[in-house]
Design a protein around this ligand. Structure first.
Ligand SMILES: NC(=O)c1ccc[n+]([C@@H]2O[C@H](COP(=O)([O-])OP(=O)(O)OC[C@H]3O[C@@H](n4cnc5c(N)ncnc54)[C@H](OP(=O)(O)O)[C@@H]3O)[C@@H](O)[C@H]2O)c1
Length: 283
């Protein structure tokens, strides 16, 4: 999801950018990964490959660590051989959500689930192996090129008429196009270290769902607020994992816009205006 937007955003500044998916590179394979990277001789390697099914990670712990942690290490080893910088995408789920206010980059991580643990291990491998790294933690992504919460709410709204969405997890929904612009700025500045990047302002998944329906003119569909306990998902999620993105703004001048603005752009770019939905539902 993020990778495809990122390539489109990077292309004008970096015309030689190339993207590889699982059928071209399996980052679990140390030797093949290093050979593939070396063969391309990049200046920067951006690792957005991950096992992102947070509940699936609870069931497949080994797979989660093989991709999110060992895979990150394999990419770093390949990049080291050609002295390339590594950019690693990480997550708000490295935090436990107990702080009660936005997390800054130096706050101590304490993941609650396997996905968060595996991504934190990926961060730690990178920090131990190389100096020229950029770790960018983000959250609640949606974009045109992947399964995501916004598309799923709209699909269910058409099918069901009533939805149940959790109201006790707070974060910042982030449009992959906005995140890609922030990543592009960070790469152009040639900075190192950990950065937080997410759209501005925060909300619950429930409030996000309400905004999705409002902006799509589907307010007639009801949403019931429920607790995480009632939803009973395999992985525990942090209750308040908002990321403080001031460092990103100070260093790059990029201020992440408030999430409702990103959402409106996504809905129109993805063709989710009311007319399109009505046409689809009559098919
Ligand atoms: N989505 C979010 O809300 C969120 C939040 C915080 C951080 N992040 C991080 O942001 C990054 C991008 O997320 P995303 O939502 O764009 O993820 P995504 O859509 O799930 O994309 C991840 C890609 O990695 C590929 N992949 C899986 N295993 C691989 C392997 N062994 N070798 C190479 N590629 C492999 C996947 O292929 P298949 O689809 O074929 O498996 C998929 O194309 C990830 O690092 C993620 O951890 C995401």
């Amino acid at each position: 999801m993020l990778g495809r937007d990122l390539i489109e955003i990077l292309q004008p500044s970096f015309p030689e950018v190339a993207g590889w998916d699982l059928d071209e590179i399996d980052i679990r394979q140390e030797r093949e990964t290093a050979l593939r990277i070396e063969g391309f001789r990049p200046d920067v390697v951006i690792n957005v490959a991950a096992y992102t099914d947070v509940d699936g990670c609870e069931l497949e712990r080994e797979k989660a660590f093989a991709i999110n942690a060992e895979g990150a290490k394999n990419v770093a080893l390949g990049a080291l051989k050609c002295r390339a910088k590594v950019v690693y995408l990480s997550t708000d789920y490295v935090f436990d959500g107990e702080k009660g206010e936005p997390y800054i980059e130096s706050d101590p991580p304490r993941p609650l689930n396997v996905y968060g643990h595996s991504k934190l291990k990926g961060e730690q491998y990178l920090q131990a192996l190389m100096d020229d790294i950029l770790i960018v933690r983000t959250q609640w992504l949606y974009g045109r090129y992947g399964r995501n919460f916004v598309a799923s709410v709209l699909r269910q709204a058409k099918e069901k008429g009533v939805l149940s969405i959790v109201n006790d997890q707070i974060g910042s929904p982030t449009y992959t196009v906005d995140l890609s612009r922030a990543l592009s700025a960070l790469i152009r500045q040639e900075v190192r270290g950990i950065f937080h990047a997410a759209n501005g302002d925060s909300c619950s998944w429930y409030a996000f769902g309400q905004a999705i329906l409002k902006f799509s003119e589907m307010e007639r569909v009801k949403i019931m607020p429920i607790s995480s306990k009632e939803l009973c998902r395999r992985a525990v999620r942090p209750s308040h994992s908002v990321l403080d993105c001031r460092k990103l703004e100070e260093v790059t001048g990029v201020a992440m816009r408030p999430w409702p603005e990103g959402l409106k752009d996504y809905l129109s770019a993805a063709g989710f205006q009311k007319r399109t939905l009505d046409e689809r539902s009559t098919r």
